[in-house]
Design a protein around this ligand. Structure first.
Ligand code: MN
Length: 204
């Protein structure tokens, strides 16, 4: 079984002006595709592992042979993280950008005091990542929400956490439009968060 690039749930220009068309196209067709290809390459010699669902591979990296362990962690993580990332966004006005509603909205308020203070904490976590990585909203083993960051393409699932929202803060995610202005990229991203999708993940 080969891992494949999942379809993008919107067109390359759908998230303009917050994420520009060119960045979206390169990010999806080059960066994400490369994680998929390199993961498949690493698994070629291990057909048994090839049949494992990606999430299982990332959850049990200790069962992956050492020769391909970091490839699975980096490229498998990259594939998993980006597959979660794309549907976490929707065009403003078409589901993107409002506050979390319903059950998730209530749980966020309970965990962080208010939606505004959740947003502030997530933003400062994303701003504080040194180098390349991700900011995440995760559900921990106790069922509680947490905001964390991971370096590189490390995925929260490898630490037994369930990610429900992630923000890519590698420069490839924003450099063409925002250059070094990571804070502007993060501010813009809040306009396109697909809370309906994130809420479904929380409920699942
Ligand atoms: Mn990326």
């Amino acid at each position: 079984m080969k891992h494949i690039l999942p379809p993008l749930p919107y067109s390359y220009d759908a998230l303009e002006p917050h994420i520009d068309e060119r960045t979206m196209e390169i990010h999806y067709t080059k960066h994400h595709q490369a994680y998929v290809d390199k993961l498949n390459q690493a698994l070629e010699k291990y057909p048994d592992l090839g049949a494992w669902p990606l999430e299982e591979l990332l959850r049990s990296t200790e069962s992956v042979p050492e020769t391909i362990r970091s490839a699975v962690r980096n490229h498998g993580g990259g594939h998993f993280n980006h597959s979660l990332f794309w549907p976490s966004m929707a065009p403003s006005g078409k589901g993107g950008g409002r506050e979390a509603q319903g059950v998730l909205g209530g749980v966020i308020t309970k965990a962080f005091g208010s939606f505004a203070s959740f947003r502030e904490k997530f933003t400062s976590t994303a701003l504080g990542v040194f180098g390349s990585g991700w900011a995440w909203l995760v559900v921990n083993a106790a069922g509680t929400l947490e905001i964390i960051s991971t370096p590189n393409q490390d995925s929260p699932v490898s630490s037994g956490l369930k990610p429900i929202l992630g923000l890519d803060i590698w420069e490839h995610a924003y450099y063409l439009k925002y250059q070094n202005r990571r804070a502007e990229h993060i501010e813009a991203w809040w306009n396109i968060v697909n809370w309906e999708e994130v809420g479904k993940r929380y409920g699942a």
